[in-house]
Every structure is written in C-alpha cells, then in structure tokens.
Ligand binder design. Structure first.
Ligand code: COA
Length: 186
C-alpha cells in the first residue's frame, strides 16, 4: 500500500436567486424522501454507484457494501443530517412488482450554516437519463426550503463528468484541496 494524494475541488452554489426548475423525469422513475426504512436501499445504491469509480480509491468505504451501509448509517444519525436534502430514486421495472433503487443523495448542514451534499450516485445502467441532475436539484431545493443560503460539495478532479454536471447546474469552484488515501501499489 502507498499514500496517494487526490486533487479535489470544493464547489459552491448560491441558493438565493437560483430557480430549481426540475424537468420531470421519465414516468418510470419516482423520487422518495428520506425514511429510516430506506437506509439499506440508499447504502446499496451508494455501493453500486461508487464501487468501480475513482472515489472508491479516495474513500475506500465506498468500494465495500458493509462500508456503504456504515457510512449511510453514520450520515443519517448525525445531528446535522438534513432529511429534506436526502432523496432516493427508484425505477419501476416493466413486468415486475417491485422497484429498483437507482439513485441516491444525502445532505448535511456544515458548521457555517451551508448545505453540504454527500455522495450523489446513480447506478451505471441508469446514468445519462437526468437522474443525477434531478437528485442534486431536489437536494438544493431541500436546503433552500429549510432556510439555507449556500450549498457546496467536494468532487475529485479526475471525475470530469461529475465536475461538468455541477458546473452546468451553477456550482463554481472555490478551492482545491488534497485528500490523502492509501491505495494498493501496482
Ligand atoms: C455523476 C453522476 C451522479 C451523474 O449522474 P447521471 O444521472 O448520469 O447524470 P445526468 O444524466 O443527470 O447528467 C446531467 C449532465 O451531467 C453531465 N455528465 C454527467 N455524467 C457525465 C459523464 N460521465 N461524462 C460527461 N458528462 C457527464 C452531462 O453533461 C449531462 O448533461 P446533458 O444532460 O447536457 O447531457 C453519475 O455518473 C455517478 O453516479 N457517478 C459515479 C459516482 C460519482 O462519481 N458521483 C459524484 C461524486 S462527487
């Protein structure tokens, strides 16, 4: 194992004066607000969204089902957890009675009164349909509804698709930070 430093961007968005118009998703998808009984669904989606991505190197817990379960449990038990900014997207599969959970996002409140977006993830087979955008806009609306003026997130610089999505939504890069992580040497 060796230490690697991952370059990450802190990106912020002003919640006042931003219109969170969300185009409706295709009919087969629906959004569920936070409920304790959905904890394992969030954890499962988190794992399947991140396990093969760069962030599973930056945060090893994201590459492990148990790690995702623990992380989700820790986030939802925090005093500063924001249920209003936490959403699960499900897909109604044709010919099946149940729904497939395919997108997750969580929000917390930071010490300075800004909303902090945690781990937005969409499983690979449902990417490119607008779900990521939908989750973020709904989380931002949740932060604004509880009176917050600003929201932010951190993204690994190599995650260019995610950076592009955040820029498109109005987030601006305000700082570069480096996160040390132990990764297997090749
Ligand atoms: C990032 C992520 C959440 C995006 O979800 P998604 O549902 O595919 O995103 P959307 O369909 O809403 O994409 C919206 C826009 O983002 C951009 N975008 C998203 N992913 C992209 C990618 N991989 N490459 C290029 N652009 C991308 C596109 O410009 C798209 O704009 P368009 O509608 O004009 O085409 C998803 O790819 C994911 O879960 N990745 C792995 C986990 C992760 O890295 N999360 C971010 C942690 S900071």
């Amino acid at each position: 194992m060796g230490i690697t430093y991952f370059k990450r961007f802190r990106m912020e968005i002003d919640l006042l004066g931003t219109l969170f118009e969300v185009a409706p998703l295709p009919l087969a998808y629906h959004l569920l607000p936070w409920d304790e009984c959905l904890l394992q669904e969030h954890a499962k989606v988190k794992y399947h969204s991140f396990c093969c991505e760069i962030d599973a190197n930056v945060f090893p817990c994201l590459g492990d089902p148990e790690g995702c379960s623990r992380l989700m449990s820790d986030i939802s038990r925090r005093e500063d957890f924001v249920a209003e900014a936490t959403w699960l997207v499900q897909f109604d599969e044709v010919g099946r009675s149940g729904s497939l959970s395919c997108g997750t996002i969580q929000g917390i409140l930071d010490g300075n009164g800004s909303g902090s977006i945690q781990n937005v993830g969409v499983i690979p087979s449902h990417r490119g349909c607008g779900i990521g955008k939908w989750l973020i806009l709904n989380a931002l609306r949740g932060f604004r509804d509880i009176g917050l003026k600003k929201a932010f997130l951190e993204v690994t610089a190599q995650n260019t698709g995610a950076v592009r999505l955040y820029r498109q939504l109005g987030f601006r890069k305000v700082r570069t930070v480096y996160k040390a992580a132990e990764v297997a040497c090749v």
